[in-house]
Design a protein around this ligand. Sequence first.
Ligand code: G5P
Ligand code: MG
Length: 216
Amino acid sequence: MKLIILGPPGVGKGTQTQRLCAEFGMTHISTGDILREAIKNGTKLGEQANAFMTKGELVPDAVMLGIIEEKLFGKQAQASYILDGFPRTIAQAEGLEKLFKLHDVRIDVILLLDAEVRQIIDRLSARRTCRNCNAVYNLMTNPPKQAGRCDTCGGDLFQRNDDKAETITKRLDVYTRQTEPLVDFYRKSGNLRVIPATGTPDEVFQNIKKELIGGK
Ligand code: G5P
Ligand code: MG
């Protein structure tokens, strides 16, 4: 199975993708995580991406398509995965379609997580991430047991650079202008499923499962 999870920054794409991958044995492909890893390792890609990410802007399409081609069709390619954070523009979606045609594969479902802007801002402002294992917390709704420490690995929790108030506003604007047009693009394919994402992570996960497998 091949899925795309779509939605604004902070709506819960990473949280739900982790759950789906754990339950259905799929691979989580997050372009945001790939870029943050490159920044951490000080690679050329990381250097290039950092300038865009700290401003809340998108990394150029050609760079992203190169990364995704290697990830989906390179030596480590997997048959079953969820794309989280890609595609992000019409040009990326069209590039992805070309790659799929070339390799004779297709996307089964596109999940669109839908929540209010106010909720999204609250979620992003209170998010903390583990520097070591990337586990995601929320100071308001899912705090760690010990302040500043990851429950799973004991790693340091930090606030993402792009989760500061002014960058959140910029990211939401970029989403509206550059990513939201994908909703119509995928609606035409007939495989788009809109998932209410206003509740708790457990409730949203149930909503997704209901769409995918009828709630079993
Ligand atoms: P990313 O990393 O892809 P975004 O902006 O798409 O970043 P983000 O911020 O990672 O998305 P998310 O994954 O949707 O958000 O949300 P999350 O981390 O799971 O949850 C957010 C918070 O809400 C957490 O605290 C969590 O606990 C809480 N939460 C989650 N679900 C729920 C729920 O159901 N209920 C409640 N109450 N709380 C919940 O991209 C970062 C940057 O990388 C570059 C761009 O510069 C981008 O800005 N980039 C790309 N550039 C170009 N093209 C691409 N394809 C790119 N991909 C990345
Ligand atoms: Mg994420």
